[in-house]
Design a protein around this ligand. Sequence first.
Ligand SMILES: C[S@@+](CC[C@H](N)C(=O)[O-])C[C@H]1O[C@@H](n2cnc3c(N)ncnc32)[C@H](O)[C@@H]1O
Length: 247
Amino acid sequence: MLFDVFTILPEVFPPYLESSILQRARQRGLIDVRVHNIRDYTHDKHHTTDDTPYGGGGGMVMKPEPVFEAIESVLGLASHLSKPQPVPVILLTPQGRVFNQRVAEELARYERIALLCGRYEGVDERIREHLVTDEISVGDYVLTGGELPALLIIDAISRLIPGVLGDPEGAQDDSHSMGLLEYPHYTRPPEFRGWSVPEVLLSGDHGKIERWRREQALLRTQQRRPDLLEKAVLTERDREFLRKEER
Ligand SMILES: C[S@@+](CC[C@H](N)C(=O)[O-])C[C@H]1O[C@@H](n2cnc3c(N)ncnc32)[C@H](O)[C@@H]1O
């Protein structure tokens, strides 16, 4: 999968992309991240990418010309409108739809996506109206720029791409992927400061372990995120377990 990132701060990306799982995924050709500096698409001496807002007020606004030129020349003039698979041009903005595991799964189906990182007060509205095809927020808080949101989205999507995680089943049980929070994990030693690993995990009985994990996931979700249970796919056995726990 190819990610094209458009930013005025390209230097913030390499440290994260050149580490651990994403570095291996890039080396193995499973993902490719191309970071494009919007300043390279300016034509004035100072490489200006922002200007004061019409109507006054504080802060600066990202100018439309370099952003249009950068995205159009990288994607090809009409490529994000082309068939059969258009390239979504995603603006990172606190005003967008909120990113979650479902959105990550939806975006992981594309072969290529473009991520536009705003700065200052954000981008000129004509970019949003005439260039961008989707708007994503990473939560109800405001950051100084779209670079961390872009990395966050690249990370969440990449781990869904087959082969990126060492264990092919690794992502299946993760919190949110099945609509529940994940069960607790333990590793060696079996006892630490008097705190023991639950017996069942040492039993070697895979059926029992699976059931225990399912119940722990149900319990955690009930205690911490009961809102998720409303949409989760539950068996009759799951419901019975939750009813018993409630009593
Ligand atoms: C200071 S913010 C601009 C906020 C804007 N004035 C507003 O109130 O909607 C600068 C840039 O950071 C990015 N950003 C900040 N918070 C974000 C969030 N929660 N999700 C995604 N991007 C965010 C966006 O790219 C945004 O253009």
